[in-house]
Design a protein around this ligand. Structure first.
Ligand code: BGC
Length: 427
């Protein structure tokens, strides 16, 4: 009896001692908990979430806790709307995923933290290609940490289906059309497509550089030259877009990009024109890029690397623990080992050129080789659809024209004219 009592008493005492000890340590636990980053992003598909996990785990290893602030919606338009609403309401996240000119827009408002001392200590300028660093810096200061480089002008093909129809990966528009017809004749949807403005513009970017070449793309989408936007070459690009429209299934409207990738994965569709975040979905589904999924640049765009780079910017905050967490996040993002593991999952290639290509699949290796080779050819071109070529207003105006054309019977001549007018208004 006494023994039982003693046991219970001792156990209770031990428990209250433990509780007391925990209470004594509580302040430091609380302080630690403050070393937290809230990260706003739009990586919600299977492949994207897997890549994000690599970042979460990296930070947790460094004692920084992660507060997830996802806003679903490929391409990030919904996330940007949510971000503006939060900042207006005085509720800035610690950190946010941003693309291209949006980084400069926020920097211009003076709300981003200056990462320059860290960038200098870690020599970011030596490892990040100038084309990417141009977006990470503003007014001579580093304001964002680039995590990757995506190439947007890819064509993905289901290899089993390709073999089944006896086709070959196309290298020009005629071969592309021939293959699409082979798929169609075999009862397979030739092109998996998600009918959302950003996806339509992603495809249109690839067509424009393919039809017009690198200089034309730059004239039209970077210089916003009215003659290029409204001329014969742009009309030819719209003609090609019209032909593509004939190869999508009837249910494309509003479909998310990863569901279009799933159609290629499960053999419902033969091809998808999409940036290499689609590769993240293929990998997540257990397919091997270069083996089960063929990757080629969109036919006719081999000399171009249309890029977009996901970057994380930090909002200026007063809290010291949170500032430390921000610097840990930025530093983790730029480390070569992290850039390797993250990009192997995400489908992109590292923004840090110190990372070797060895572990990447043939599609990643091609991107890395082209990234380096095109430095001197002018082939590294900013993606319009992903906010790197022009302002958000111009991008939005072009989205409207491109989507309206794809979803109507408008003529190519009228679409090219509409492009000139819309850009002139938005500029
Ligand atoms: C981003 C990618 C993302 C894709 C689809 C692009 O704008 O750069 O990281 O996976 O949108 O959401």
């Amino acid at each position: 009896m006494f023994k039982t009592y003693l046991k219970t008493y001792l156990a209770a005492t031990a428990a209250s001692l433990l509780a007391l000890t925990a209470a004594a340590y509580a302040p430091s636990a609380a302080a630690q908990a403050k070393e937290e980053v809230e990260v706003m992003h739009w990586w919600t598909s299977g492949g994207e979430a897997a890549a994000l996990n690599v970042l979460k785990e990296q930070l947790q290893k460094e004692g920084v806790s992660w507060k997830d602030a996802p806003v679903a919606g490929g391409g990030g338009d919904a996330a940007m709307t949510a971000l503006r609403a939060r900042v207006t309401a005085g509720d800035k996240p610690t950190s946010v995923q941003l693309l291209g000119t949006a980084i400069h827009d926020w920097a211009e408002q003076g709300v981003l933290a200056d990462l320059t001392p860290l960038a200098e200590k870690e020599h970011w300028a030596d490892h990040i290609p100038p084309a990417i660093a141009a977006f990470s810096t503003y007014d001579g200061k580093w304001v964002a940490a680039p995590v990757n480089i995506h190439r947007t002008n890819w064509l993905w093909i289901n290899k089993k289906l390709l073999d089944k129809v006896g086709g070959k990966a196309p290298t020009n528009w005629d071969e592309f059309q021939a293959l699409a017809k082979q798929f169609k004749d075999a009862g397979v949807t030739p092109l998996a497509h998600g009918g959302q403005p950003w996806q339509e513009s992603t495809i249109f970017d690839a067509i424009v550089v393919s039809v017009g070449g690198n200089d034309f793309y730059k004239k039209a989408f970077v210089d916003l030259d009215p003659a290029a936007l409204g001329g014969d070459t742009m009309q030819k690009a719209f003609d090609q877009f019209r032909v593509l429209r004939g190869w999508v299934d009837p249910n494309f409207s509003g479909r998310d990009w990863n569901l279009a990738s799933a159609m290629v994965i499960n053999g419902e569709a033969g091809m998808q024109v999409m940036g290499d975040w689609a590769k993240g979905e293929f990998i997540k589904a257990g397919l091997k890029p270069g083996v089960d999924i063929v990757c080629v640049p969109y036919p006719g765009s081999e000399k171009a690397f249309l890029f977009n780079s996901d970057q994380f910017a930090m909002f200026s905050l007063d809290d010291k623990a949170r500032q430390d967490a921000q610097l840990k996040l930025a530093s983790a993002i730029e480390s070569p080992s992290f850039q390797e593991s993250f990009n192997l999952v995400k489908g992109s290639i590292p923004a840090n050129t110190e990372v070797k290509p060895d572990k990447f699949d043939p599609c990643g290796q091609k991107s890395m080789a082209d990234r380096d080779a095109f430095k001197s050819t002018g082939g590294m071109l900013p993606s319009l659809a992903h906010g790197h070529a022009a302002s958000a207003a111009v991008k939005g105006a072009i989205y409207d024209v491109v989507t309206n054309f794809f979803n109507s019977n408008q003529s190519s001549a009228d679409a090219a004219k509409a492009l000139v007018d819309a850009v002139a208004l938005a500029k």
